[in-house]
Design a protein around this ligand. Sequence first.
Ligand SMILES: [Zn+2]
Length: 475
Amino acid sequence: MARTRLQSIELSIRRLLEGPPRIELTAVFPTQESFEAQLPTWRPGRYELGQFAQYIYSMDGKGKDGEWNALKKTSLHTWHVPEETKAVRWVFHADTFNAGSTGIADDILYVNPVNCFLYHPNHQEWGYTITLDDVPAFWSVATGLPTEGGKLLARDVQHAMDSPILASSNLWHRTYTSNGIPFHIWVYGQTIPDEQRFIQEHQNFTDAQIAHFGSFPAPHYHFLYVLSEREERHGVEHEDTTVIAQGPSAKCRTEDGHMELIGIASHELYHAWNVKRIRPAEWTPYDFSKACPSRMGYIAEGVTTYMGDLFLFESGVIDLDGWCRLTERLLDRHLNNPGRLNMSVADSSYDTWLDGYVTGSPGRKGSIYVEGAVLALLCDACIMELTSGEASLQTAMRLLWEQFGKPRIGLTEADYWSVLNEVAGAPNALDSLRNDFADGTKDSWEALVAAMEHQGLSLTKVRRDGIWRTTLIAA
Ligand SMILES: [Zn+2]
């Protein structure tokens, strides 16, 4: 029996380099019926509304008479496409070079589809066949998307929105292999000063993470480094890709800039399992049409922050002293945020959609990254102590990967804690950690000192000029 060919949206992208940097996108949807075309309202990795419609200059439909007419909005993020529309064309502002944005210049086309691709809300199974209209054949195209006849193919809406595209005449490209999986490093911007060290460190933390999870979730993986001249330092995770932005680009040539990139890279790779696969039920699958709050941001970002750094140590990229310095910085941020004593990290996770990425009202909330990582550290130490070092938080993360990530079952808070308890050896082993530091707002200092002591480390703090500073050293 012949397989029905899956339907696909034919989408082409063209740079508009005259005037403010913009791209023009043209899409032919495989329907003649009317529908509401939806633009995503947020992007995974940043759990707040992105309001990408603010970057749309125009939205037109081509009628059966061949004329282009403006489409009417039906909500802030949807447009009515009348029946028998032959194509939809829109213009999008493309002048942002962070890890989750869209930007262009003479030598680059950088697109995060989740910013700027329209989709049909009732046909999210439709794929995309993407043409980069004005990209010369000699440019490199870095993306996790497969290509066919010079076009990029996305299986469906979830796949397209998860697949950044970086095309440029100026891409540095190297590869390495871990456990039979090809890993690609692509760099736009300044060259990396010590190429061999950069690749070797990627190899080391990749080998260590795969060894601890037992398998890798994707058939390939791409690190896309966007080193622009804008002030940036962050990364965004995808299933088989990450974009890491750092600027100004010369920063990568300093030791601090180098270590910052490697730290972000280890964090983002860990996300390939934790959050891209071991994913809160509220985000399985992603609903791009509205805010999707979850109380589990502290698992997605906190565990990843803690593990990203720990794997730098595990794999020898940094030594114990290096790990202690990173942890001191984390604990300083923790101690100096009174918001952790006002709102639990689980409630703060839910509220990232309100103010998770700005300072916000003083002393109101905790950080899913910082307080989440401190909680992960306490859980790790507790599991190791209860099992005499036989198991750790990573043992639980591996089980979560096997039981929830691989079969793509959305995770609940109850699932997470029950797997941690199981690994720790008793059904209520971590209840007090959960009550005090995930759902509650108890001060963590005594627990931290005890956890470090058990690991053979001495943790102290002093307060100067109203600011806490921690010291962590081998006891
Ligand atoms: Zn992250």
